[in-house]
Design a binder for this molecule. Sequence first.
Ligand code: GCU
Length: 423
Amino acid sequence: MNRLGLHIWLVAIAVLITAGTYAQKYTADTGYQLPDVLLTQSGKKITSAKDWEKSRRAEILKLFEENVQGKTPAKKMPLKFVTLSINTHALNGTATRKQVRAYFTTDEKYYMDILLYLPGNTGKPAPVFLGLNFGGNQAVHADTGIFISQRWFRYANAPAYINHYATEASRGAQSNDWEVEKILAAGYGLATVYYGDLQPDSAGSVNAGIAPLFYKAGQTKPADDEWGAIGIWAWGLSRAMDYLETDKDVDAKKVAVVGHSRLGKTALWAGAQDKRFAIVISNNSGEGGAAITRRKYGETIAIMNKAFPHWFSGHFKKYNDRENDLPVDFHELIALIAPRPVYIASASDDQWADPAGEYQSGYYASPVYNLYGLQGLISVTPPGINTPVSEGSIGYHMRQGEHAMRLYDWQQYIRFADRFFRK
Ligand code: GCU
């Protein structure tokens, strides 16, 4: 065999091995047993909301911290909020736009920028959807008053992002995911932060984010039981909530935290840890978010940890190809949000995120909602495409189409939030 032939063979073998490892498996495993959300590790059955809160909830939260997302540091930072701009006649006079810089400490290189739109002329504090964004605040809407993020981006798709930095052309680049006018017209505000303000979404760049603020002397990266990027981004959502609580134009008791995909995983973790989030919304969060991991359908723990080693804790790597050994499954992440309303959305073309597994985590979290006398999801089978089930405190729909956050999703979130926020 000549050298070229050998080379082709080697490449072919490598491709086969990789394909085997990363095979996109679209049949669910069935021979697994889900951890019983109401059974404590010492074998006690939980039968009341009081017992759930007293023992089992804390136990599950700890299991997620220790095995999945990693621990969030308890240390309080000396936050400072500086309003950089306010425009009370934004979006053709229909809205107020505020841009607020939240400094995390006295070293002013650590900050995040909050973009906040509020519906105009309501004369009362507004309920707000809060979510991290992927493209920078300026990508959320074409509004030329939004400051362009100077941070590093995962994207390098010119002209919007050149060499991983945003240009003018990135304005409104992701406005399809953020229905700003529709949200405002429904009487809600929208608060958003670029997730890269907290930590760049790239393996090996943890020290370019806020993690070093929490290091012990001599520490150079988070320990195996400490947070990864998902934990850091979720921390940022809580700091944005700290700001919202200070803004008199916001009804901080009515903040719904929302996120798409990896930021949906993040929204769930933020909502699980921080009870100030009154509603939690997961848009196509998939593996490590709403999907039941034991199904091993679509993305798995091993695939995710290999592609994105920086998202979860070091300890989570122990469960690569060993999902049955994980002491929790992701219906228990949903259960941590109880009794607050939670909404899980899938998309029909997004099999990678396992729509049926996302539904099932809502279904198997329902017993905890029942303890509070609340309805979760009743049917073990997911509904059809574009058929939301959202009469109870757990909402679900599978939108027809791709992995994204679209108008249809927002319409369901607004309808769901209206039920709780506009009583
Ligand atoms: C990849 C990844 C998912 C993630 C998604 C996203 O597809 O495998 O886990 O949710 O990216 O964040 O868009």
